[in-house]
Design a binder for this molecule. Structure first.
Ligand code: UTP
Length: 471
């Protein structure tokens, strides 16, 4: 829909009880009017009204959790002793074949606002490398490049941005020459937005007199954005059949892990997910579960305490499989999911949203005043054929940067400690002595993983002080 004239705009807004959005029209210049008109034209008011009336209600998760069963999974112990439905060696072989054939790409979502972290730029630009000060984006891009070098085939990155993070991340990648990736191996695509509404009245909020308060439509917005951007056509042109999905805030993600990709292929799965075992029933992480024959993630806030505490004969929690938002998607599945893009439900969150009130002043609410609407990528799970969960050790795959200093976990300090501990483990396992207290960091271009460290002929015999091993 193009720009609407003033009278069309007013008529449309009156019809849906949202005429306050043009209350300051007389104060706006031509450019601002055109922009506001464009924003309003893009809103599906019927959808917003439905979401508002539905409120936070919806599924009865407690009842669903009570009839849920554990997901089909490759448990870590099983993989390590060579048991289970698929052998680890076969999986690795299949994954390596797919990587060598250039069939694997990376889907990186980086459209979030990172509000908890309180960093003034897109989170991907955060300098997390303990010694190197490498940004999150540098670490992910270098891992994809290292995988491409190891397997002798390109690993393109499809990176989702949002209107709030697009320009800065595009410029950042240009400035850093995409951290070595060729131009055609990096595709940026921008996700959509959703307006926020007043929690009591359902009226859309104005961020200022000439614009709606809009925020990214959640990582589930990936599906619609992939369709609109031409990224899928790029995948088809490049022969990419499988996508390794990750979120920008987790620098430990084992990008393109061959064994993980291999299980996905051996199981003929459309969506394979990495999981880490919950340590206690109270861990604040969503769990994978089968509900009425479909895989779902039950969020921790929806899992009743008694169900969370249930255990198996082995002593393991029944719902052990914590989701860390690392998956492999079949591209054909994503194409099929495009037709389902409206089937992904919106989740509703109450948030504090500053807004312009009727007098034209900006109000900074002290309590949550607004509803925000987001789609979640894991809502694709119930639509996937042969979904599978693969268990990994948390310390090897998951340390996300979420919180500002002072929080119990997922802070800058927490993430750096996990990077250093992992790299120390890799070096020590390969025979390098690392002095107590030395902060060691490995560039993905020096070694991608433990195997990469072990295979380096120039690996140092000992490290006595803080070191960054780079190519
Ligand atoms: P989170 O849900 O943790 O959100 O996103 P966030 O924006 O990083 O942080 P908070 O909640 O505002 O503090 C998990 C991942 O999903 C991406 C983020 O960039 C991050 O990689 N994401 C989230 C999107 O790409 N788009 C969105 O609309 C939301």
């Amino acid at each position: 829909m193009g720009n609407l004239s003033e009278s069309e705009l007013r008529g449309r807004l009156q019809g849906v009880g949202q005429e306050h959005l043009v209350q300051f029209w007389g104060e706006l210049d031509g450019g601002a009017r055109a922009e506001l008109s464009r924003q309003i034209a893009a809103v599906d008011f019927e959808q917003i009204a439905n979401l508002f009336s539905q409120g936070a209600g919806g599924c009865d998760w407690a009842a669903m959790a009570r009839r849920a069963t554990p997901p089909p999974a490759m448990r870590l112990a099983e993989r390590q002793r060579g048991g289970g439905k698929f052998s680890a060696a076969d999986a690795k072989k299949r994954g390596v074949e797919a990587l060598r054939a250039g069939k694997v790409g990376v889907l990186l979502v980086a459209g979030g606002q990172g509000s908890r972290l309180g960093f003034e730029h897109p989170k991907g630009m955060y300098e997390i490398g303990p010694t190197s000060k490498a940004s999150l984006l540098q670490i992910h891009f270098e891992k994809a490049l290292a995988a491409a070098r190891r397997y002798g085939a390109a690993v393109p990155i499809y990176m989702m941005t949002s209107p709030v993070t697009h320009d800065e991340q595009t410029e950042f990648l240009r400035e850093h020459k995409r951290f070595g990736l060729p131009e055609d191996d990096v595709v940026l695509f921008c996700q959509g937005t959703m307006p926020a509404v007043d929690a009591k009245s359902g009226k859309l909020l104005l961020a200022d007199k000439g614009s709606l308060f809009l925020s990214p439509d959640g990582h589930g917005g990936t599906v619609a954005a992939l369709a609109a951007s031409g990224a899928i056509a790029h995948m088809r042109r490049r022969g990419i059949e499988h996508l390794f999905y990750l979120q920008v805030d987790n620098p430990l993600t084992p990008i393109c892990d061959a064994e993980f990709i291999g299980y996905h292929l051996l199981a003929n799965s459309e969506l394979t997910s990495m999981a880490v075992p919950k340590q206690t029933p109270q861990d604040r992480v969503g769990v994978f579960a089968m509900i009425d024959g479909q895989m779902q993630v039950i969020e921790y806030s929806d899992l009743p305490e008694d169900v969370a505490a249930e255990s198996e004969a082995s002593g393991s929690l029944k719902f052990w499989a914590g989701s860390i938002a690392v998956h492999v998607f079949g591209v054909a599945f994503l194409e099929r999911a495009l037709a389902l893009k409206n089937a992904l439900p919106f989740h509703i969150a109450r948030k504090k949203v500053p807004f312009v009130d009727a007098s034209g002043s900006v109000v900074q609410p002290k309590e949550p005043n607004a509803l925000k609407f987001e789609r979640f990528i894991f809502d694709l799970l119930p639509h996937a054929k042969n979904p599978l969960v693969v268990e990994f050790e948390e310390c090897e795959v998951f340390a996300p940067l979420k919180n500002a200093p002072g929080a119990e976990r997922d802070t800058h300090e927490y993430v750096q400690r996990h990077i250093v501990e992992q790299h120390r483990r890799w070096l020590e396992a390969a025979g390098t002595r690392v002095a107590e207290g030395a902060s060691v960091e490995i560039s993905p271009l020096w070694a991608l993983d433990a195997e990469g460290v072990a295979s380096r002929a120039d690996r140092p015999a000992g490290l006595n002080r803080d070191t960054y091993l780079r190519a």
